[in-house]
Design a protein around this ligand. Structure first.
Ligand SMILES: [Zn+2]
Length: 461
């Protein structure tokens, strides 16, 4: 299918290309619910890394949200307050979230609940613990923290290559006079797992649900049955109505598709009137919530079923990466999770990394090790001429294999590097169809690195 045909074949989807509208709203002190036209949910897959200024929302009589690059929530009761997630450690917003929520609802902080262990949800921890609240996390929280911290150098190298823009503190934010507090270790009091944890405070029932999902095994959610409000953290992924990020480019463990599906089943059975993710806007209304939850469940089930069927039929992972797509009625955006990468992750989650393609997979000498010799035998000119033919015929991935062989023998070969940059530019243009933020950032990072290498070589440094 040509690029144009691919584009026109995509079903129309409500898109709002305007930047995050909250930027214009600024801080809305004690605002009532935002009118529908100011909501950004499901609007644009490119918002994955967009900066989100701080705003304040009253979600229900006693339920408040401080929004930003990671939202903080406070539920007020006559016997004290419960906090769910405390904002993004990287965005420099968590202290302002704290002040906004404290001003809205005075009273002791009795519980702090963390949806999962990612730092974009724990940023305000030092502010909220003065009164010694009970800290509630999932049983797997510690293990998720342990291995991601143990692999911090590995992950850091990858994140630098992805060049993810860091959210900036917004100008509209109310600046406190207090100095930012240094990080404090999180010492859980209550672990959720193998079941839920429910409690009552001031006549309000809180149900902390064991819901592993789109961002790991340690995802928990908070259900307020009286008001039918469901706080989901990142259990559904980073963006509502998107395909979950089963595979992370920064390198976390593959998330299990059936856990996600089971969690979605639970959410659907609750019939929430409002779903409140910890990024971007709440989803208001039972119909809208159920419609989105069912689509996300069915999309993951569709991909999981298709991968399993293909594996049983003897198809290779590469065949399935090319073949498995979402049907039009389940065409979720892929800004955070790319379906073809989920196919590969699910294949390897079930089948592990030995694909029975070639015996060399079992041993430590990859094809790359003989690229230099191959280039010598074939000649770099012939290899690059063939790469050019593929590129001209709109087969950039085939071209890339030939260029890899040339660069394997001669990493400073200027015409090969120039074509390498060109191939990546072509892939980046193609990537606009799917608009996955990680794919686009990665490809751009390779282009930047190749340009820097070329500049250095051409200036004779
Ligand atoms: Zn998050």
């Amino acid at each position: 299918m040509t690029k144009t045909a691919r584009k026109s074949a995509r079903p129309a989807r409500a898109r709002l290309r305007a930047p995050v509208l909250l930027a214009a709203v600024g801080v809305v002190m004690a605002a009532a619910s935002l009118p529908a036209e100011q909501q950004t949910t499901g609007a644009d897959e490119r918002r994955v890394f967009a900066p989100v200024p701080i705003s304040f929302r009253t979600l229900a009589d006693n339920v408040y949200q401080a929004a930003g690059n990671g939202n903080s929530h406070l539920i007020h009761t006559s016997e004290g307050n419960v906090v769910f997630d405390t904002g993004n450690a990287f965005a420099g917003q968590a202290d302002d979230h704290y002040r906004l929520l404290r001003d809205a609802a005075p009273g002791p902080i009795r519980y702090v609940i963390y949806s999962h262990s990612h730092p974009d949800h724990l940023g305000g921890h030092p502010y909220w613990i003065d009164e010694g609240p009970e800290i509630i996390v999932h049983r797997e929280f510690e293990e998720e923290r342990r291995y991601t911290q143990a692999l911090s150098q590995f992950g850091g190298r990858r994140l630098r290559r992805l060049r993810l823009p860091q959210p900036q503190r917004t100008q509209q934010a109310p600046r406190g006079t207090e100095q930012p507090r240094p990080p404090v270790p999180i010492e859980p009091d209550i672990l959720v797992g193998d079941g839920d944890h429910a409690f009552e405070l001031g006549g309000v029932r809180f149900e902390v649900l064991d819901t592993p999902g789109a961002e790991g095994a340690d995802n928990i959610s908070l259900w307020l049955p009286q008001q039918r409000i469901l706080f989901t953290g990142d259990t559904l992924g980073f963006l509502w109505d998107g395909f979950p990020n089963v595979f992370t480019m920064r390198g976390e463990k593959i998330r299990r598709p059936m856990e996600y599906i089971h969690t979605l089943e639970r959410f659907i059975a609750l019939e929430p009137d409002m779903v409140v993710p910890s990024h971007h806007d709440p989803i208001r209304g039972r119909d809208a919530a159920l419609h989105g939850l069912r689509r996300m469940r069915d999309a993951v089930r569709h991909v999981d079923d298709a991968v399993i069927a293909g594996m049983n039929e003897g198809k290779t992972v590469h065949q399935l990466m090319a073949e498995v797509t979402l049907p039009p009625e389940l065409d979720l955006h892929q800004g955070h999770g790319r379906v073809s990468w989920a196919v590969r992750s699910i294949w390897e989650y079930y089948g592990t990394w030995f694909h029975y393609d070639t015996t060399t997979e079992l041993y430590h000498v990859p094809a790359r090790e003989i690229h230099g010799e191959l280039a010598e035998l074939a000649g770099t000119d012939a290899l690059l001429a063939r790469a050019r033919q593929h590129l001209d015929a709109d087969r950039p991935l085939h071209a890339l294999h030939f260029i890899d062989i040339v660069l394997g023998g001669a990493p400073e070969h200027v015409p090969a590097l120039q074509m390498y940059r060109e191939v990546h530019a072509e892939l980046l243009a193609d990537a606009a169809d799917v608009a996955n933020a990680y794919e686009e950032n990665y490809l751009q990072s390779v282009i930047n690195e190749t340009e820097a290498a070329l500049e250095e070589l051409q200036s004779g440094r």
